[in-house]
Design a protein around this ligand. Structure first.
Ligand SMILES: Cc1cc2nc3c(=O)[nH]c(=O)nc-3n(C[C@H](O)[C@H](O)[C@H](O)COP(=O)(O)OP(=O)(O)OC[C@H]3O[C@@H](n4cnc5c(N)ncnc54)[C@H](O)[C@@H]3O)c2cc1C
Length: 403
């Protein structure tokens, strides 16, 4: 008979959001165990930029996130931001409709800030969170451990891992991403659909400096973003398209030419491109984030289109809100799985997550249409917004984390 391990909280998923929740809980004496199906990620290493013809080795990881001020403040609070070994602030945004002359531009000054957010490599944030968790030395992280099954009990859950190990906990937190096993096993219904789009992701070297501006073009193929990295001529590219095959198959030189055209040569020619990757894009939202003794956070609760770079930001806000409830109510009579505390978490997060999801969906549809009337309206709307201080301030504040 296998021994059953007992803890207060199990966080299933050691991605950005699960680890951030773990770090936020280290200020308590709660026994927390984080498990992940994958092996422990390697610590990032610094590599020199090298380019031969159009083939680039940028030394930057392919997956980056634009983090807003709330996410950065949360990561500071849990003691991880201080160990993020590389990040670059962006100070302005430019959004262009490539099918006309619509444009919205603003900078941090416009809303009285010194920056709008930071571009960080996901692996560097994960590494910083792992350093913080190791220093606190009270959270167990178990790698290569896939959760396969779970049974509800009166005072929590009993979990079964793929290798047969069992864990009993008062609260299970699903931070296990868009295809959440916890959501499926808990029978929590979600609404979702595939965009039939994939994100082509890579790093590039540009002819002119990015000037710490995050740029986006709504191209005929789909939204294209250039996010400024920590070196003046390097950007991270996210291009969401329906058929990525030709973009993936073309030579580095042809791909650079295609990107220069799609970005209207705003940063001149594209001089080189690093390895290209694709990620499928889906949207889903769980109708409930909670059950007694169970909560979902991050992509497990809601996955949104990356066009406004908000998924991780919403996930960190979930982790902050859930941690705050758990830290406040851990001594309550009902204990750590207290349904009322979990309900407060859900109530505090679901409306704003839904609002952002709906806004992204509206943007996605508005910019996918080939209807000339709607194209005209969209272009005119963008020009009017750009001339309207109130609307522009609203958008600038939303993009950089409100407040
Ligand atoms: C191309 C692209 C660009 C993006 N850009 C931005 C951006 O600029 N800004 C932003 O805020 N967001 C961005 N996002 C969104 C952001 O990347 C995600 O919202 C975020 O990474 C989700 O983190 P998570 O921890 O919730 O889930 P994940 O990162 O998916 O982590 C889930 C973890 O759970 C583990 N797991 C899964 N199932 C099991 C199981 N059964 N047992 C054990 N472990 C399991 C997995 O191994 C994984 O480690 C982007 C997304 C994409 C696709």
């Amino acid at each position: 008979m296998t021994e059953v391990k007992e803890v207060d909280i199990v966080i299933c998923g050691a991605g950005l959001v699960g680890l951030a929740l773990g770090a936020a809980l280290t200020e308590s004496d709660l026994r927390v165990l984080i498990l992940d199906a994958q092996s422990q990620p390697q610590a990032p290493v610094d590599v020199q930029v090298v380019r031969r013809d159009f083939d680039l080795v940028s030394g930057f990881a392919p997956r980056v996130s634009a983090l807003n001020k709330n996410s950065v403040a949360f990561l500071k609070r849990v003691g991880a931001w201080q160990s993020v070994s590389r990040s670059s602030a962006f100070v302005a945004m430019s959004v262009k409709d490539a099918e006309g002359s619509g444009v919205i531009e603003f900078d941090a000054d416009f809303i009285g800030r010194s920056e709008l957010g930071h571009i960080v490599e996901n692996q560097r944030v994960i590494s910083a969170l792992l350093i913080q968790l190791a220093e606190a030395d009270q959270t167990e992280i178990v790698w290569n451990s896939k959760l396969n099954d779970m049974q509800a009990e009166e005072s929590g859950y009993e979990l079964t891992l793929e290798d047969g190990r069992r864990i009993r906990c008062a609260l299970i937190v699903g931070a296990d991403g868009g295809h959440s096993k916890i959501r499926e096993l808990a029978n929590l219904k979600s609404v979702g659909w595939s965009y039939h789009q994939q994100a082509v992701v890579c790093n590039i070297e540009t002819q002119t400096e990015h000037g710490q501006v995050a740029r986006q073009w709504f191209t005929e193929r789909g939204p294209l973003a250039f996010l400024p990295l920590g070196q003046t001529n390097l950007c991270s590219v996210v291009w969401s398209v329906e058929d990525p095959e030709d973009l993936m198959a073309m030579s580095a030189e042809d791909f650079c030419r295609e990107l220069a055209l799609a970005s209207e040569q705003d940063l001149g020619d594209i001089l080189g491109v690093d390895k290209r990757f694709t990620f499928p894009l889906n949207q889903q939202h769980s109708l409930r984030y909670i059950k007694p003794h169970l909560a979902l956070i991050g992509d497990a609760a809601h996955t949104i289109h990356p066009l406004a770079g908000q998924g991780a930001n919403l996930g960190f806000a979930d982790a902050a809100a859930l941690a705050s409830e758990l830290l406040q109510y851990r001594f309550s009579e009902q204990g750590i799985g207290d349904f009322e505390a979990l309900r407060r978490y859900e109530k505090s997060r679901q409306p704003s997550n839904l609002l952002m999801t709906t806004a992204m969906e509206a943007f996605k549809r508005l910019y996918s249409t080939k209807n000339p009337g709607i194209n005209w309206l969209r272009n005119t709307g963008m020009k009017l917004t750009n001339d309207n201080t109130y609307l522009k301030t609203l958008i600038a504040r939303l993009a950089s984390g409100g407040g």
